[in-house]
Design a protein around this ligand. Structure first.
Ligand code: T3D
Length: 267
């Protein structure tokens, strides 16, 4: 049986997925990519899952690509050609990012320690990222002669503006969770001892909310970056029409009127 590089645990409607290569700071190998994508696909297909919580085992969240992986590490053998990192991105990182950003449920990252390279951008691709105060974020790519991948070039300027995006990407300095929170890169940072409970609370809270509306909101916010105000208003009308015809809207309004907690069911 192959090693479990992704641990999966279900608690009520929350599926927790834990990156599990702690000895190599949960850095990505092809096997870990395969297992993470499979676990995300499984969560997406399971109607009992209403929120995914992603975290790392041990002292790190994820140190990005495993640089010792022979499929990416430069080969010093005379005559050996360069490795095709574009192919690595096309086969592994692009499907991972697209899967995360189109999940039919919200995804929370609980950043328990260092998040470097693709590991940092993995966390930032989640809908909400909550980090332990001792965690850090490093756009480590420039240090090894690469550019920010895993959506970094797209995400960073949108999250923190061009100036800060370039500062983070060019310098590759370690950013503390507190600085990341101040910059607006993260939802929030909390004391280390509180991270697990706070992240679970956040995930369970999201799981009890109207999933379809949350996912439509993510899609509309991402899509609006490309639209004029007028086009965004038209898109809002289109999506609101669909949401207004769904059961969750009726339930939300009925629960408000009856002064009772809503029971949302759509997914
Ligand atoms: O290449 C492509 O396919 C394109 C895609 C690229 C995507 C990317 O993610 S590129 C960026 C890759 N990541 C990095 O460059 C980060 C490298 N790691 C670090 O800079 C540091 O390890 C950290 C800042 C993350 C943590 O530092 P520290 O001092 O807390 O830990 P450490 O001692 O450096 O690491 C602990 C162990 O984890 C160590 O192994 P050892 O000596 O105990 O056997 C170290 O080699 C291993 N490790 C850490 N990061 C990686 C790694 N092993 C393989 N790959 C790693 N990325």
């Amino acid at each position: 049986m192959s090693e479990s590089l992704i641990l999966s645990e279900q608690s009520a409607a929350v599926r927790t997925l834990t990156l599990n290569r702690p000895g190599a700071l949960n850095s990505f190998t092809a096997d870990m990519h395969g297992q993470l994508l499979a676990a995300l696909n499984e969560a997406a297909a399971d109607g009992a899952v209403r929120c995914v919580l992603l975290t790392g085992a041990g002292r790190a969240f994820c140190a990005g690509q495993d640089l010792a992986d022979p499929s990416v590490a430069p080969d010093s053998t005379p005559g050996a050609g360069p490795k095709d990192l574009g192919d690595v991105i096309a086969r592994f990182y692009k499907p991972l990012v697209m899967r995360l950003r189109t999940m039919p449920v919200p995804v929370v990252a609980a950043v328990n320690g260092v998040a470097a390279g693709a590991g940092a951008n993995l966390a930032l691709n989640c809908d909400l990222a909550i980090a332990a105060r001792s965690a850090s974020f490093i756009q480590a790519f420039s240090k090894i002669g690469l550019l920010p991948d895993t959506g970094g070039t797209w995400l960073l300027p949108r999250l923190v503006g061009r100036g800060r995006a370039l500062g983070l990407a060019l310098l590759g300095d370690k950013l503390s969770a507190e600085e990341a929170e101040r910059m607006g890169l993260l939802w929030k940072c909390v004391d280390d001892a509180a991270l697990a409970d706070e992240a679970k609370m956040l995930a369970h809270r999201l799981a009890a909310m109207p999933t379809r509306a949350l996912v439509a909101t993510r899609k509309a916010i991402d899509g609006a970056q490309q639209l004029s105000l007028e086009e965004a208003l038209d898109e809002e009308a289109l999506v609101q029409r669909e949401l207004g015809n769904a059961r969750d809207y009726q339930e939300g309004v009925a629960a408000f009127a009856a002064k009772r907690p809503p029971q949302f069911l759509d997914r």
